[in-house]
Design a protein around this ligand. Structure first.
Ligand SMILES: Nc1ncnc2c1ncn2[C@@H]1O[C@H](COP(=O)(O)OP(=O)(O)OP(=O)(O)O)[C@@H](O)[C@H]1O
Length: 740
C-alpha cells in the first residue's frame, strides 16, 4: 500500500529538466522529509499529494520514494504568486505575477482559466499577453491531468512527458485506443512495458493490437539475434509463448498484418516465412542492386591488366600467385566480385595491387570498412586512406525522423570507379543495403573478407550468402605465404579453421597455452600476465593499450564483466588524485580503458590536435578516461589519442570498461597481444568460429589460458548458429532467371 502525503516543496535539492527526476525537501503540516521521484513540474512552494513509500537509501538514509503525485493548485496569494513565476508558465516573471495577484487575489487562477481577457485589467498586460498566459496555464493543467490519469496505469511522469511530447492533448486518447502504439511512437517504451500498461487498462489478452504488437516484437527480437525473417510456424510458436495464447490466434492475425504493410509473408524455398517489412525491402533491394551493378558496363582499364600487375610486382617485390592474380583480374573486370580468405593469404596485398592499377589508369577508388578500427588498420597496412562505410555514405542524424540516414543514395550516388570494402564479414543487411544503394552501376564493387569469421552483429548473413549463392564471382584464397607461415598465430588459425588442434608452445613462437585447472587459477594467471609477465617479456608493452583480453562470455568468473572488475583493481587501482564515479556496481576511474557500446550518431567529439569537431561515436570504439568531473557530472574519454568526447553521468550506460571485451565485440580489430581464457563456456558460444575469430585478432602474440581439453572441444564444436536470411536464396533465384 502506498502512503499518501500532502504538503509543499520547501527546497529543491536536484531537478533534471529532461526527465523530471527530482530530489526535494517536502513539508507537510506535521513533518519534513526528502522526497525523490519524477515530478516534472516541481518547484519551491508548489503543493502536491505524493503517494509512495519510505525507503532507506545506502548513502542518503531515509527518503520518500514517490510513485505517484497529484498537483494541488495553490490557494494562498503567495502560493499563487510563486506558482505563476516558477517557470511553469513561460514568460511570467515575478513582477507580472505580483501585479496579477494584486489585482485578482485568490481568484487569480479561476480568472486565468475562465475569463482570461480580464487579465488586460492589469497594467502592462495586453490582449496578446493575456492570451499567452491563458494558453500556458491551459497546457500546464492539461499536462497535470494527463500525468494524473496515466499514473493509474503505471506510467510514470517521465514517460507521461514523452507521450505528451508525441501526442499532445490527444495523449489519453492515443493510449486508450491502443497502448501498443507506444512501442513504435515513444522511445524507451518496449513491448513488455506497453503490455503491462495494457493489462492495467483491462485490454483483453487476445486483443488484436496485443497480438500484432507481439508478432512485431518477436520478429524484432530475432532480428537482434541476426535473423532477417522467421519461418511462420516458429514465429507463431514464439509469439504464442510470449503472449500465452494459442498458435492459431497468432496465425489468424498475420494476413491482416501483411495487408497493412507491417510484415511480409513469402514462400521461400518451399516454406512460409515472415519478415518485418524493412528487412524484406532491404533483401529485395540488395539483390536488385547487386544484379544491376554486376551487369553494368565498366570504364575500361587503360593498358593491359597483366602488364600493370607485373609493374606492381616489380615495384613491391611481391609476385602474386595464380590465384591472387586471378582475384585481381576478376575484380577489375566484374561489376561485383568477392575475395575471401583467412589470415596471411594475401587479401591486403591484393587490395594494394588493385588500388595501384586503378590509380595508374586514372580511375577513382574508395576503400571502406564497417568499423572505425578496421578502417584505421587498413589505412596503416595498405598506405591508402580507408574510411568507415558509414562515413563514405555520408551518414547523418535526421532529427525529424529521429534516426540515422545516409546522404549518399541511389539518387545521389558515390562518384567512384571502384569501391573496395574490407572486413566484409561484419557487414549486416541494413548496411549492405545502404552501400549497394549508393554504388551506381558502372562502379566496381569489390568485397573482401574472411567468411569464416563470426558473422555480423546485426541481422543478415551477407558475405556468406553472397558467396554461397554463387551468383557473384568469388575467389577463395587458401595458400598461406612464406612470411605469414612463420607466425604460429596464422598457422594455428588455419588449423583451427580446418578443425585441427592448434600447435601450442612451439619454441620462440607467438602462440601459447598456459595450462590452468580451475577458473580461479585462470583468472589469477590472466591478471599476472597483464601486470608483470607480458610487460616483462616484451619490450615497450603497455598492459592497457597493447594487451587485450578476449572472452566468449559476459557473465561468470571469466566473463567480461568480472574480468574488467578484477583487472581494473590491478591495472588502475584507486589512488589519491584519481577521480572516479560509481554507478551501481560499476566504477569509472580516470585512466580506465573503456568501450562505447552503441552507435551514437549525435555524440560530438573534438580533435585537440587540429581543433576539428565532428559527430558520431560508434559501438566498439575503445578509449581511455581522461577526466571525471564531479562538479559538472561529466566524464571525458579520449579515443585514438586525439578525439575527446564528453559524457554526462546519465549517458554512462553507453560505456563499459574494456580491459576485457567479448570476442564478438573484437571483430574487425587487431591487438598486439591477445589473452583468451579457454574454460567451460556454453556450447552455443564456445565454437570453432569464435575461437578462430579471437585468435586472429592477435598480431604479435596470442596467449590462451586454460585447459587443452576445452580448447580442443572448441575446435571440435563446428556449430555455426543458423541464421534465417533470404539473401542467398534470392540471389540464387536471380541466377535461375538469367539462365532462362
Ligand atoms: N604472392 C605472395 N608472395 C609472397 N609473399 C606474399 C604473397 N602474397 C602475400 N604475401 C605476404 O604474406 C603476408 C600476408 O599477406 P597479406 O597481409 O596481404 O594477407 P591478409 O590476407 O591481408 O592477411 P591478414 O588478414 O592477416 O591481414 C604478407 O607478409 C605479404 O607480404
Amino acid at each position: 500500500m502506498l502512503e499518501e502525503k500532502q504538503g509543499t516543496i520547501a527546497e529543491i535539492i536536484f531537478h533534471n529538466n529532461e526527465n523530471g527526476y527530482t530530489v526535494a525537501v517536502f513539508e507537510t503540516e506535521t513533518e519534513a522529509f526528502t522526497a525523490v521521484g519524477n515530478i516534472p513540474s516541481a518547484s519551491v512552494g508548489r503543493g502536491y499529494v505524493l503517494r509512495g513509500e519510505f525507503i532507506t537509501h545506502q548513502t542518503y538514509g531515509e527518503q520518500f520514494s514517490v510513485k505517484e503525485f497529484e498537483e494541488i493548485m495553490p490557494s494562498t496569494k503567495d502560493g499563487i504568486k510563486e506558482f505563476l513565476s516558477s517557470g511553469a508558465m513561460k514568460g511570467i516573471g515575478r513582477k507580472t505575477a505580483s501585479a496579477i495577484v494584486s489585482r485578482f487575489g485568490i481568484d487569480t487562477l479561476k480568472i486565468i482559466e475562465q475569463e482570461p481577457q480580464r487579465l488586460t485589467e492589469v497594467s502592462g498586460i495586453g490582449k496578446k499577453t493575456a492570451q499567452r498566459i491563458a494558453e500556458a496555464f491551459g497546457k500546464h493543467r492539461e499536462f497535470a491531468n494527463i500525468v494524473l490519469y496515466l499514473q493509474q496505469f503505471g506510467i510514470s511522469a517521465d514517460y507521461a512527458m514523452k507521450l505528451y511530447q508525441v501526442y499532445g492533448a490527444d495523449t489519453v486518447k492515443a493510449v486508450e485506443e491502443n497502448p501498443y502504439r507506444l512501442v513504435e511512437d515513444v522511445f524507451g517504451i518496449g513491448f513488455k512495458k506497453a503490455d503491462k500498461i495494457a493489462e492495467k487498462m483491462g485490454v483483453a489478452e487476445d486483443d488484436e493490437f496485443r497480438i500484432k504488437s507481439g508478432v512485431k516484437f518477436t520478429l524484432s527480437y530475432f532480428a537482434g539475434e541476426g535473423n532477417t525473417f522467421l519461418p511462420q510456424n516458429i514465429l507463431c510458436e514464439k509469439t504464442g509463448q510470449l503472449l500465452d495464447l494459442s498458435i492459431q490466434l497468432i496465425e489468424d492475425e498475420l494476413p491482416a498484418m501483411a495487408f497493412s504493410g507491417d510484415i511480409r509473408i513469402e514462400n521461400l524455398d518451399g516454406r512460409n516465412v515472415v519478415f518485418l517489412e524493412a528487412y524484406y525491402m532491404a533483401e529485395q533491394n540488395v539483390c536488385k542492386r547487386l544484379a544491376a551493378i554486376n551487369s553494368a558496363e565498366l570504364k575500361p582499364i587503360s593498358g593491359g591488366v597483366d602488364s600493370l600487375i607485373s609493374r606492381t610486382e616489380n615495384a613491391t617485390g611481391i609476385y602474386l600467385s595464380e590465384n591472387q592474380k586471378h582475384a585481381v583480374i576478376t575484380s577489375l573486370n566484374m561489376g561485383v566480385s568477392v575475395i575471401t580468405g583467412g589470415p596471411g593469404t594475401g587479401k591486403t596485398t591484393i587490395i594494394n595491387t588493385i588500388i595501384n592499377i586503378l590509380e595508374e589508369s586514372g580511375l577513382k577508388t574508395a576503400i571502406a570498412a564497417p568499423t572505425g578500427r578496421a578502417a584505421k588498420r587498413i589505412t596503416e597496412t595498405s598506405g591508402h586512406y580507408a574510411s568507415t562505410i558509414h562515413r563514405l555514405l555520408e551518414y547523418y542524424f535526421s532529427e525529424s525522423e529521429n534516426m540515422m540516414r545516409f546522404g549518399k543514395t541511389k539518387e545521389d550516388p558515390l562518384d567512384y570507379d571502384a569501391v573496395i570494402v574490407d572486413e566484409a564479414s561484419m557487414i549486416d543487411l541494413m548496411l549492405m543495403n545502404g552501400l549497394v544503394s549508393a554504388v551506381r552501376p558502372g562502379t566496381r564493387l569489390i568485397i573482401v573478407g574472411d567468411a569464416d569469421q563470426l558473422p555480423s552483429v546485426g541481422a543478415g548473413n551477407v558475405l556468406r550468402d553472397i558467396i554461397n549463392s554463387e551468383y557473384i564471382y568469388c575467389t577463395k584464397l587458401t595458400e598461406i605465404f612464406r612470411q605469414a607461415k612463420e607466425s604460429m598465430i596464422v598457422v594455428n588459425a588455419h588449423r583451427i579453421n580446418r578443425g585441427e588442434y592448434p600447435d601450442c608452445n612451439a619454441k620462440d613462437k607467438d602462440f601459447f597455452l598456459l595450462r590452468r585447472g580451475s577458473e580461479k587459477e585462470m583468472l589469477e594467471t590472466i591478471k599476472n600476465l597483464c601486470l608483470t609477465r607480458l610487460p616483462g617479456y616484451y619490450k615497450d608493452v603497455s598492459p592497457t593499450a597493447d594487451i587485450q583480453i578476449l572472452t566468449p562470455v559476459r557473465k561468470g568468473i571469466l566473463g567480461s564483466i568480472n574480468l574488467n572488475k578484477e583487472l581494473q583493481e590491478v591495472l588502475n587501482p584507486p589512488q589519491p588524485g584519481l577521480e572516479e564515479k560509481q554507478l551501481g556496481e560499476r566504477i569509472f576511474r580516470e585512466g580506465d580503458k573503456v568501450m562505447q557500446i552503441k552507435n551514437n550518431y549525435q555524440m560530438t567529439w573534438k580533435n585537440l590536435e587540429d581543433f576539428t569537431e565532428g559527430e558520431g561515436v560508434f559501438n566498439g570504439d575503445v578509449g581511455f578516461i581522461k577526466k571525471v568531473d564531479r562538479e559538472f557530472n561529466e566524464i571525458t574519454v579520449v579515443y585514438d589519442e586525439i578525439r575527446y568526447v564528453t559524457y554526462h553521468f546519465n549517458q554512462l550506460d553507453e560505456l563499459e570498461l574494456a580491459y576485457a571485451i567479448t570476442v564478438h565485440k573484437s571483430q574487425g580489430s587487431e591487438f598486439p597481444i591477445v589473452i583468451m581464457p579457454v574454460s567451460w563456456f556454453p556450447p552455443m558460444l564456445a565454437t570453432r568460429n569464435l575461437l578462430y575469430t579471437g585468435v586472429t585478432r592477435g598480431k604479435k602474440s596470442v596467449v590462451l589460458v586454460g585447459s587443452e581439453n576445452k580448447l580442443n572441444s572448441m575446435v571440435d564444436n563446428d556449430r555455426i548458429s543458423e541464421r534465417f536470411s533470404g539473401l542467398g536464396i534470392r540471389l540464387k533465384r536471380l541466377m535461375g532467371m538469367e539462365g532462362i
